[in-house]
Write a protein that binds this ligand. Structure first.
Ligand code: ADP
Ligand code: MG
Length: 319
């Protein structure tokens, strides 16, 4: 009997030793133009290292500032053979562009370039420049056929509003494939909870207060869930003495200024959450709330410009 008990103890210890860590393992790096942090509650250093290497490789592939990658070839030549992963991401981006009626628009690159130039010259874009730029923006200008992507009408793609979510999903999938059951992936506020805490309780994820980004608006419970926030409190364009949002309305060409201070989307896919957070921020509360209500796997927390906070029914508030 004693021997059985001893054996049981050994096997329990073994299980505890392999299934969870006494101390979580955490690593941070500046990638994707932001701070990326991954915390493993099970898994080892080597898994963490390869996960970061994959994020860096995804950045090389999807950044529009790397002139030799697939995205730049497509933007420059108007057509390009792309990898299956890129074709899948572009196809998904088209889905959310359509779903949001172009509030999130994967061809927003010329508009981003216009406002970057405006900031560099410290002068608002002229009406003529805005009209000319808007003529090039429109997701119907992009087609994806197998692994061939084609752009018409001078359109260019900008993955800035969806790539961090997609890369967070890929990192989470990689961790799961390698046996990790408990981790937090945070790519500059694009958060994926892989599994739950080692005790089985959901993770608690903080949502920044857009009116005071050092403070938290609330914390939410998250297990196998993405939590992604879009707002203008961190990035933007300064022209004259005014700060403009870096999120642009593809219908008007103007930086977003509406009744929202930030939008947080909660759903299983960080790719969807990233695209819809941007879309909802452009749409304003009423239209965004209607869009979210129609998506059965998706919830949202709206931080209103006037300080109110509105969460949809499925959001599990931790505090
Ligand atoms: P962040 O990347 O700061 O977390 P977002 O996910 O909302 O925020 O993405 C903003 C970026 O997406 C911008 O910097 C720009 O490159 C691009 N962008 C801006 N407006 C739009 C839009 N309406 N649709 C698609 N992409 C956009
Ligand atoms: Mg986004």
């Amino acid at each position: 009997m004693k021997r059985v008990v001893a054996l049981l103890c050994v096997s329990v210890l073994f299980l505890v030793g392999t299934a969870c860590r006494a101390q979580p393992l955490s690593q941070s790096a500046v990638l994707l133009d932001t701070t990326c942090k991954i915390t493993l509650y099970d898994g080892d250093e080597a898994l963490l290292d390869t996960c970061f290497a994959r994020i860096a490789a995804d950045e090389q592939r999807w950044s529009k500032t790397i002139t030799t990658n697939e995205v730049s070839r497509l933007n420059c030549d108007g057509a390009a053979a792309v990898s299956e992963d890129t074709a899948a991401l572009l196809t998904e981006a088209l889905t959310y562009s359509t779903l949001s009626n172009g509030a999130f628009d994967i061809t927003a690159a010329p508009l981003t370039a216009l406002w970057e130039k405006a900031e560099a010259q410290n002068a608002l874009p002229t009406a003529t420049a805005l009209t000319a730029t808007l003529a090039c923006v429109g997701y119907t200008h992009l087609t994806v056929d197998g692994t061939t992507a084609t752009l018409t009408g001078g359109a260019q793609i900008d993955l800035g509003a969806i790539a961090k979510g997609a890369i967070a999903d890929r990192a989470a999938a990689y961790l799961r494939e390698n046996g990790c059951t408990s981790a937090l992936v945070d790519l500059g506020g694009n958060i994926v909870a892989v599994g739950s805490k080692t005790g089985g309780e959901p993770f608690t994820v903080g949502i920044a207060d857009p009116h005071d980004p050092d403070a938290l608006l609330m914390t939410v419970k998250a297990a196998d869930l993405a939590v992604v926030t879009s707002g203008s409190y961190e990035r933007g364009y300064t022209i004259g003495d005014k700060r403009y949002s870096h999120i642009l309305d593809p219908h008007t060409g103007q930086p977003v200024e509406n009744d929202l201070a930030s939008v947080t989307i909660l759903c299983p896919s960080a790719t969807k959450a990233d695209a819809l957070a941007t879309a909802c921020f452009v749409m304003g509360y009423d239209r965004a709330a209607t869009l979210i209500a129609a998506e059965s796997d998706t919830d949202a927390v709206f931080a209103m410009a006037d300080g109110r906070v509105i969460a949809t029914e499925g959001v599990e508030i931790a505090s």
